[in-house]
Design a protein around this ligand. Sequence first.
Ligand SMILES: *[C@@H]1O[C@H](CO)[C@@H](O)[C@H](O)[C@H]1NC(C)=O
Ligand SMILES: *[C@@H]1O[C@H](CO)[C@@H](O)[C@H](O)[C@H]1NC(C)=O
Ligand SMILES: *[C@@H]1O[C@H](CO)[C@@H](O)[C@H](O)[C@H]1NC(C)=O
Length: 364
Amino acid sequence: MEFLLVYLVIVGVAAKSHKVQVCPKRCVCQMLNPNLATLCDKKGLLFVPPNIDRHTVEMRMGDNFVTGIKRKDFANMTRLVDLTLSRNTIGSIAPHAFKDLENLRALHLDSNRLTRITNDTFSGMSKLHHLILNNNQLMHIHSGAFNDLTALEELDLSYNNLEGAPWVAIQRMSSLHTLNMDHNMLSHIPEGTFSGLQKLKRLDVTSNKLQKLPPDPVFQRAGVLATSGSMGPTSFALSFGGNPLRCNCELLWLRRLRREDDLETCATPQHLAGRYFWTVSEEEFLCEPPLITRHSQELRALEGQSVTLRCKARGDPDPIIHWIAPDGRLMSNSSRAAVHTDGTLDILISTVKDSEDIAWKLTS
Ligand SMILES: *[C@@H]1O[C@H](CO)[C@@H](O)[C@H](O)[C@H]1NC(C)=O
Ligand SMILES: *[C@@H]1O[C@H](CO)[C@@H](O)[C@H](O)[C@H]1NC(C)=O
Ligand SMILES: *[C@@H]1O[C@H](CO)[C@@H](O)[C@H](O)[C@H]1NC(C)=O
């Protein structure tokens, strides 16, 4: 009787384990009750194996030679929580390739060959907490590409070729605690980007093309900023070295923050070039009001002819020259006029209406 019982139990276990033993060739599948992990790191894989158990919770495929992600590769894997595709040669991701991964928390795509992220790459991934995209060749991220990533806590876009980012979507990531955008080509971060990010603990924009950072209450929150060492519960790590900082009044707020010295330097204005940011005194962070230095005098033209009006101004920050039409409206590019950033206005076909005053307005 005892013998029979043991025999039955063994049969039961064998049958159950057989049911979950769907494991791609060369991979290791671990049943960590009740979760299944499919481990395929460093297996020389050229594509995502088609026979992954759809119940897999953790999927590791780092250090392979996968070149693209197809729509069916991760289809129906609704239980997947953690997906690692680091260090492959992935250059393309099919639209909606991650669409079924409704429980995914972490997606590692670092060290691949991605050049762009489109609106449908990460659509619907509203539970994703960690999105790691560093060390790719990203040049462009569509403005709506991160719209659904509202639960994101960590976003790593460092070491790419980004000139911009979907700032509006980033602004809405209220759980974000780490944002790494260092080693890109960013030249502008819109004001207000970080205002709603109350949980932000780390912002790295080292080595970009930023002349300034947008002032934001989030930077004041912690009081003492540190780039290294232990992080207290309220401390905030901000790194912005390696940017061509313009040390004028627009950066005075940053200079006033108390923080550990670091190696940030000023690039402009010329007399401050090369000086360590933290050794320049507050009084030296100066601006210069905009001033018109030269402009066109009265011009006469026959109706229908083209006319070029010029205006030069200086100031710090660089003034922006606007042209105001006789009807009081700001002039912009149209079939009849071209407004150039150097302060030149081309009126391509003049009309009698233009013969009244065209005025300048300077803003900085
Ligand atoms: C996903 O599920 C659908 C419907 O059950 C099925 O038709 C399809 O073959 C599945 N795809 C994969 C890759 O398992
Ligand atoms: C991406 O989505 C945004 C809005 O979310 C839209 O403005 C933009 O045109 C879309 N881009 C493309 C290429 O579809
Ligand atoms: C207007 O067009 C000119 C070229 O015709 C271009 O250089 C300039 O950047 C445009 N201005 C704006 C505000 O788009």
